[in-house]
Design a protein around this ligand. Structure first.
Ligand code: SF4
Length: 475
């Protein structure tokens, strides 16, 4: 083992973290020697694409510390939970899971348990874990995931519980190791945080204010990924359309897309998420002129009622949303539009739901995630009066879901008989004689082929639409 303990850690990032990765690697080797087996880790990720991206970075750090990935959480020596706090039932499920681990932990007393992510930005969640779940050894938040190795060293050297949660973001630290889930597609953060403060949403409080990454760093990351064999990048941010806002000399999101399009080796570009209030004509024009930007826009509606949208602080009306969706349908006819819808917002009535269903029918969404409103402590909506009853929510939720399913079924069927380029992602889980992949518009296609096509883009004829996916044949 390299003796790092007497060296002074570098003061600047990311050098400081590479120092700690080396140090942790040596300390873990010693621990493995004592336990007489090589050490493994498991990462469980809850929530959105941003969390999935953060987990890839933490996976990369642990890989670099010399740990081996273990598929089964119960067998791993080091387990990491990257949490989500967007809905209360997700929090409750997580506590339940942690409780069950408590029992299993008796079988592996040397296990190190780490918890990070959005839940840890809420002081009451941290308090509950500290008081009720003594198996947890390390806690950190969303702003300092890059410090995983440093926190691990602190725990390994002291043997004590370590908690490091920042209530506001620090510098953006680039060039930390990352390990992709799929070697052929990758998420790339272009910004962090959110300034929109939708009244139901906890994200601005747990992820901090909006910060855009330098465009040069984004492009460099895309070039590096392309050189490693990545074909598809997903540009990630809570509101990608406001990329660069408020930063002197920073390019806009459509300009950034044009730059990414120039990266040799990148064949597909996706982005997530678009706030309807900021989606510009420039973006539509750039998409029209691009052969690489995928034909899919996720455009969260949340409600079709202008009254509820105002209470949600979404800053667009039903009519403005419809106008935007029509523009996308007219200008980019092959593009699928998917959305998020909340049912049961305080003060919502059946007439408001009628408006939502009207938008669902007029836009004819290709897909939608429908959620029951979940009050989050600290957000303005949590103290708004007029929360609908559970019975009302169930009834109205079913009405919304039926409308969504009818429309997405209609839309999916439109492509039967066409030839589409499909990025093959893996062997079908249902039938090993088929592979599964995604079309540019994000629909899934299964077709007969073997694993040699994984990671390749193929021309596939769509033979049969089975509701929300296709069966195809390779040309
Ligand atoms: S845009 Fe609204 S819903 Fe989306 S992350 Fe920001 S505050 Fe939350």
């Amino acid at each position: 083992m390299k003796d790092q303990t007497n060296r002074i850690p570098p003061a600047t990032e990311p050098e400081r973290q590479y120092y700690y990765i080396d140090l942790a690697s040596g300390l873990l080797k010693e621990r493995a020697g004592r336990l007489n087996h090589s050490l493994t880790f498991h990462v469980t990720t809850f929530g959105c694409q941003m969390n999935a991206k953060d987990s890839e970075k933490m996976y990369g750090i642990m890989d670099r510390m010399g740990l081996t990935y273990c598929e089964e959480e119960k067998d791993a020596d080091i387990v990491l939970f990257n949490t989500c706090t967007i809905r209360d039932n997700a929090n409750q499920k997580f506590y339940g899971h942690l409780g069950s681990l408590n029992d299993k932990n008796h079988r592996n007393p040397g296990r190190i348990v780490m918890v990070c992510g959005c839940m840890m930005q809420e002081p009451e969640c941290v308090k509950r874990i500290i008081e009720g779940y003594r198996i947890v050894n390390i806690i950190f938040g969303t702003h300092n995931i890059y410090k995983l190795a440093e926190l691990m060293c602190e725990h390994l050297m002291s043997g004590r519980f370590v908690s490091d949660v920042w209530d506001r973001p620090g510098e953006i630290v680039e060039d930390i190791p990352s390990r992709l889930k799929y070697p052929f597609k990758a998420g790339v953060n272009i910004m962090y945080g959110c300034n929109n403060y939708c009244t139901y949403c906890i994200v601005p409080y747990v992820r901090g204010p909006e910060r855009s990454r330098n465009a040069k760093d984004v492009i460099c990351e895309c070039e590096k990924l392309a050189s490693e064999g990545v074909k598809e990048v997903m540009l990630l941010g809570q509101n990608v359309n406001s990329y660069g806002n408020g930063i002197k000399d920073c390019i806009t999101f459509p300009e950034l897309l044009k730059e990414v399009e120039r990266v040799e080796g990148i064949e597909r570009i996706r982005f997530m998420t678009s706030h309807p209030k900021d989606l510009s004509d420039d973006l539509i024009n750039v998409m029209k002129g691009s052969s690489k930007i995928c034909r899919h826009i996720h455009l969260p509606l949340q409600s079709g009622s202008s009254r509820i949208l105002k209470a949600m602080n979404r800053r667009y009306t039903k009519e403005q949303y419809l106008e935007l969706a029509k523009k996308i349908r007219d200008e980019l006819p092959q593009t699928s539009i998917t959305t998020d819808i909340i049912v049961g917002f305080p003060g919502e009535t059946s007439e408001d739901i009628d408006d939502t269903i009207d938008v669902i029918k007029q836009v004819s969404f290709d897909g939608a995630f429908t959620f029951v409103y979940s009050p989050r402590t600290g957000t303005p909506a949590a103290s708004m009066p007029g929360r609908p009853s559970g019975e009302w929510i169930k009834h109205e939720f079913d009405r919304v879901l039926t409308a969504v399913q009818e429309e997405s079924r209609k839309r999916a069927g439109l492509f039967t008989g066409s030839i589409q380029d499909v990025l093959v992602e893996g062997i079908s889980e249902q039938d090993p004689s088929l592979v599964s992949g995604r079309m540019s518009n994000n629909l899934i296609v299964h077709f007969p082929a073997d694993a040699s096509l994984i990671g390749k883009i193929c021309d596939v004829k769509l033979i049969d639409c089975r509701g929300f996916y296709y069966i195809g044949e390779r040309l």
